[in-house]
Design a protein around this ligand. Sequence first.
Ligand SMILES: [Fe+2]
Length: 215
Amino acid sequence: MAAKQQHNGQQTQQQGGKQASQEAQLRMGQRGRIIQSPDTVRRMPIALPDEVRLQNAQGLNQILADTIMLYNMYKKHHWQVSGHTFYQLHLLFDKHAAEQLELVDLIAERIQLLGGVAVGMPHDVAERTIIERPPAGVEEVPVMIDRLLEAHEQILRECRELADKADENHDQGTNDLLVSDVIRTNELQVWFVGEHVVDSPAVIANDGTGQNGTR
Ligand SMILES: [Fe+2]
């Protein structure tokens, strides 16, 4: 039987002869006010004006949302890919997903560092992203690759625009993150994925006359 008693001015609970103070109890069921709204910046002493930090945090949040979607698209395709290129694409898609996930963390932490609020939950990401929504069902490999290439290009477009702005408004850290990490990683991934939709003969060469090139 549990019994409450007052002990040294503190509420205690007696259970089976053992006592734990209220201070030791887990405080469950807590909700409170929002202490920072999305699309705002708080003070951060990094020698950049509020408007610059706000503008760049918002730009990064768009790139973050789209990068989270690209990460998830890579995972979807990692699981759903099929056919004779299954093994290599299964591995490649997972490698790219892991690299995108690293970018997600770098971008999100840059937003926080600027005083902003990084978009985090899937429903918030889904509202913000402009990457075309793929179907829940399984698509053919060339379509999977096309969707990935389009998503990469959209992110690269956003990155180039924001990198230029960040350079102009002296936010070198954001510029460096975009150029050194996000742009370079996405460009490299475009190359590796894009080579899989080149219609190159696998066994018999084409001699250019419509005949095969075997002698
Ligand atoms: Fe896996």
